[in-house]
Design a binder for this molecule. Structure first.
Ligand code: 13P
Length: 255
């Protein structure tokens, strides 16, 4: 294991799984999940299920949410307050997933407010950034992603930055079966780390975990994790099946 950065495998179930399916999954994974000393294993589930899943999470599997509002309360019908999310006992929250940016009007500004709110409520934010196919084809991926990172970390100090995890998820690779090559993923993730160096210096930047996401599966996980700067994965489809998810988590113990 990289001495500075423990690998993270985070499943993002999106809007999949009934309560029964979710509980069965947690039960199965808990039988075999490796120790948290080797890998941070996380499942991000639907808000309605969080309390039930946290009750059964065990020592080595932790639970996260997929989104939250930045305000503690207010007239925001249908939103989840960080204050309430904290009481479920979850440890993580995904912030700024591209599906939320595209379909629920999240902006770099709201993403920044949510990062601040997550840290205030002691939730580890998994900040998602990533480019569209148009941007990739225009050759401006790294500039785009760097800009997203700079805006997300606005007014966060180094201590707060250390509480965050970044997930680089190229939009064209999400749910499409088209994975970025390990070289493409490493190149952009290295660019993200370089921005963090500019913002916080080498020591802090070398401790922040940066994950890759986008069609990660049991076949490509090892080659992605073999890259120096890729500290784990944020996984959609391949996190829905317990056996496949466990394969990913076990692969990360070899990092
Ligand atoms: P897939 O792994 O299904 O491509 O989804 C990636 C993702 O969006 C995780 O947040």
């Amino acid at each position: 294991m990289n001495n500075l950065r423990k690998p993270v495998i985070a499943g993002n179930w999106k809007m999949y799984k009934t309560r029964d399916e979710a509980l069965q999954f947690i039960y199965t994974v808990n039988q075999e999940v490796p120790t948290r000393d080797l890998v941070e294993t996380v499942i991000c589930a639907n808000d309605v299920l969080l309390r039930d899943l946290v009750k059964r999470q065990g020592e080595n599997l932790k639970i996260g949410a997929q989104n939250m509002h930045y305000a503690e309360n207010g007239a925001f019908t249908g939103e989840t307050s960080p204050l309430v999310l904290e009481t479920t006992g979850v440890d993580y929250v995904i912030i700024g997933h591209s599906e939320r940016r595209a379909m629920f009007s999240e902006t770099d500004e709201t993403v920044n407010l949510k990062l601040h709110a997550a840290i205030k409520h002691e939730l580890t934010p998994i900040l998602c950034v990533g480019e569209s196919l148009e941007i990739r084809e225009a050759g401006t991926t790294n500039e785009w992603v760097k800009n997203q990172v700079v805006k997300a970390y606005n007014n966060l100090d180094a201590k707060q930055a250390l509480e965050t995890i970044v997930a680089y998820e190229p939009i064209w690779a999400i749910g499409t079966g088209k994975t970025a090559t390990p070289e493409q993923a490493e190149e952009t993730i290295k660019a993200i780390r370089d921005v963090l160096v500019t913002l916080y210096g080498d020591v802090v930047a070398s401790k922040i975990r940066i994950l890759y996401g986008g069609s990660v599966n049991t076949k490509n996980v090892e080659s992605l994790l073999a890259k120096e700067n890729i500290d784990g994965a944020l996984v959609g489809g391949a996190s829905l099946d317990a056996a496949s998810y466990l394969t990913l988590v076990k692969a990360a113990t070899q990092k």
